[in-house]
Design a protein. Structure first.
Length: 291
């Protein structure tokens, strides 16, 4: 190889081509994100300083990120962070990486809670990285949250993200299965909202998931049982005893599941007022239900 210096532009071009050859989508974007992280620069700065050569220490740090990415580790885990609802979140395996679709769940809750008189009490069931509870409290001062997860790793990470975003004083994180941690609290008919992005992948779909998901993210946070609806049924069984008279349940659903979830919430949950919210592609992503 000719002994040319590794400038910012040269290594971006080389990495983008290399990642494309490896079958990694959005190779250029991956290269920009990793190099920006290694150098502590914004993507814009990379192009303003495109002809700057990399110091040996920077090149070593970047190569370490690149090796992780080409091993199949998702970009968010490689960087150790992601953005959700315009807020920074720390992420690490195996806790589920926050997805853009879940922002619809947060927005639907915000739209409804803003019309209620405070103070407001909201539960986030299966909090994972804490993305839902942190985003909601950061955008609505009247809200106090209780967030549950059965994973000790998730609870620890969610607490970190609450502190990182300055809302830890308004979120209580409890380890336990679904709504069971709420039993020791005085929330009978007292919650203004219950939010959840439960596992909804069918068990028989697991092996067909992309390796980045299947090999690195928590199966417990994704596998929703034989028909993908197990956790909606479990939520429906007990959600009624915790919702206030004007409260609502809002859940994210998988593609094609909205109608089935609607029937579960109506039949087993006794929630008769149900709204289905579609994304920009016309896919039903959120189901909101109340008495």
């Amino acid at each position: 190889m000719e002994n040319k210096p590794w400038t910012i532009l040269r290594i971006l071009n080389w990495t983008a081509e290399y990642l494309d050859q490896k079958g990694i989508e959005s190779g250029r974007l991956n290269a920009e994100r990793m190099l920006g992280h290694a150098l502590g620069k914004r993507r814009l700065d990379l192009y303003l300083e495109y002809d700057c050569p990399l110091a040996p220490s920077d090149l070593t740090a970047y190569k370490s990120l690149l090796r992780k990415r080409t091993s199949g580790l998702p970009l968010q885990y490689v960087l150790g962070e992601t953005e959700f609802f315009s807020l920074p979140f720390s992420v690490r395996p195996p806790v589920l990486i926050p997805r853009p679709e879940t922002e619809m769940l947060v927005q639907a809750a915000l739209d409804r809670l803003r019309g209620m008189e405070g103070p407001l009490w909201v539960a986030d069931i299966g909090t994972g990285s804490g993305s839902i509870s942190v985003a909601l409290t950061a955008h609505l001062d009247a809200v106090t949250m209780v967030a549950t997860d059965c994973s000790e790793e998730a609870i620890a990470l969610a607490g970190e993200n609450a502190r990182r975003n300055g809302v830890s004083d308004r979120i209580t994180f409890l380890r336990g299965d679904l709504l069971s941690p709420l039993e020791s609290l005085s929330f009978v008919n007292g919650l203004n909202a219950i939010l959840s992005n439960p596992p909804y992948v069918r068990t028989d779909e697991w092996d067909a998931l992309p390796p980045e998901i299947r090999d690195h993210e928590s199966r417990m946070a994704l596998d929703g049982g034989p028909d993908g609806l197990l956790f909606y049924r479990r939520l429906a069984e007990s959600v009624g005893q915790y919702l206030a008279p004007n409260g609502f349940l809002s859940v994210e659903v998988g593609d094609g599941q909205a109608e089935a979830v609607q029937e579960i919430l109506r039949g087993e949950g006794g929630l008769s007022k149900i709204e289905i919210i579609e994304d920009l592609n016309g896919i039903a992503r959120v189901v909101v239900a109340s008495r």
